[in-house]
Design a protein around this ligand. Structure first.
Ligand SMILES: NC(=O)c1ccc[n+]([C@@H]2O[C@H](COP(=O)([O-])OP(=O)(O)OC[C@H]3O[C@@H](n4cnc5c(N)ncnc54)[C@H](OP(=O)(O)O)[C@@H]3O)[C@@H](O)[C@H]2O)c1
Length: 262
């Protein structure tokens, strides 16, 4: 899996989504992260068809939404995603959210579709250590290829990352720019000045140096290019520790602390 990709959540306008993907492909991205619930798989498919890059070079992820859990519904949803994306296989198919019921059935269908060649790798998203231990690994022996979680310097989930590493699960960071909310943080600004980079580039490079995949979203060609310029500098060990210290030790806001599910 290429460690850097383009996230396309909220790129719901077809021409905007296609333009963003083409800008990304032009500056070297080969990995696109979408989901059935984003409603833009057709636009992603059109962009792929017209991008001029061989299918084999591209890495396309989509996700199974909670409404589609279950045996027949999972297969139908995955086939529908393939059709909309105009693909004959998915590189990565993720369970988008953990659910109380029918996870086992969905996972079995995903395994079967992988064995049939329609999916290359299968994984999960938004799974905590507790979900893995209390549910997932009670139902299957198969290690998911990926766990896609919210992660950025303010929310690093060290325990979960260690757990995934021990199991051999690749961690992939969604909202790696904290949705653009804290790009003016003084510590980030200081490091950006030191390395002559943007705060967004510091946030993304921080994760790459930990072998964590990043999928920043942008609708702007300039910012898409900026977010890809991550391979010509290295953050020192001391500055990595400064970034580690920004962690606020809180769970993802999507994983409600009142909800004993997470
Ligand atoms: N599995 C899940 O449950 C889940 C949940 C959320 C997201 N995701 C995935 O992760 C992807 C990324 O997460 P996200 O969209 O939530 O947030 P994000 O990538 O952390 O941040 C996106 C925001 O940052 C801005 N931005 C991007 N690059 C910038 C730069 N260089 N300088 C300044 N601002 C910049 C964007 O604005 P502009 O567009 O105007 O540039 C946008 O408002 C999604 O697209 C989706 O694929 C998965």
């Amino acid at each position: 899996m290429p460690l850097m990709g383009l996230g396309v959540f909220a790129l719901s306008d077809e021409s905007e989504c296609i333009a963003a993907i083409h800008a990304a492909i032009d500056c070297g991205y080969r990995h696109i992260d979408t989901a059935r619930i984003y409603g833009n798989e057709e636009a992603v498919g059109k962009a792929m068809q017209a991008c001029g890059v061989d299918r084999g070079e591209l890495f396309i992820t989509t996700k199974l939404w909670t409404d589609d859990f279950g045996r027949e519904t999972t297969r139908r949803a995955a086939e529908e995603s393939l059709r909309k994306l105009e693909l004959d296989y998915l590189d990565l198919y993720l369970i988008h959210w953990p659910m109380r019921e029918r996870t086992e059935e969905s996972w079995e269908v995903m395994q079967a579709m992988r064995d049939e060649g329609m999916i290359r790798s299968i994984g999960v998203s938004n799974f905590t250590c507790r979900r893995f231990e209390e549910q997932f690994f009670k139902q299957t022996d198969e290690i998911p290829a990926v766990n896609q979680i919210e992660r950025h310097p303010f929310r690093t989930h060290p325990e979960l990352v260690d757990y995934c590493r021990e199991k051999g699960i690749q961690v992939e960071a969604y909202s790696p720019l904290d949705r653009g909310q804290r790009l003016q943080d003084p510590d980030l600004l200081q490091l950006a000045e030191k390395y002559e980079k943007s705060t967004a580039q510091i946030m993304l490079r921080y994760q790459l140096q930990q072998q964590i995949a990043v999928i920043p979203k942008s609708a702007s060609a300039d910012r898409i290019r900026e977010n890809a310029k991550l391979f010509d500098f290295e953050i020192s060990r001391q500055d990595m520790q400064t970034l580690d210290a920004l962690d606020e030790g809180v769970a993802s806001p999507n994983w409600s602390p009142e909800d004993d599910w997470f």
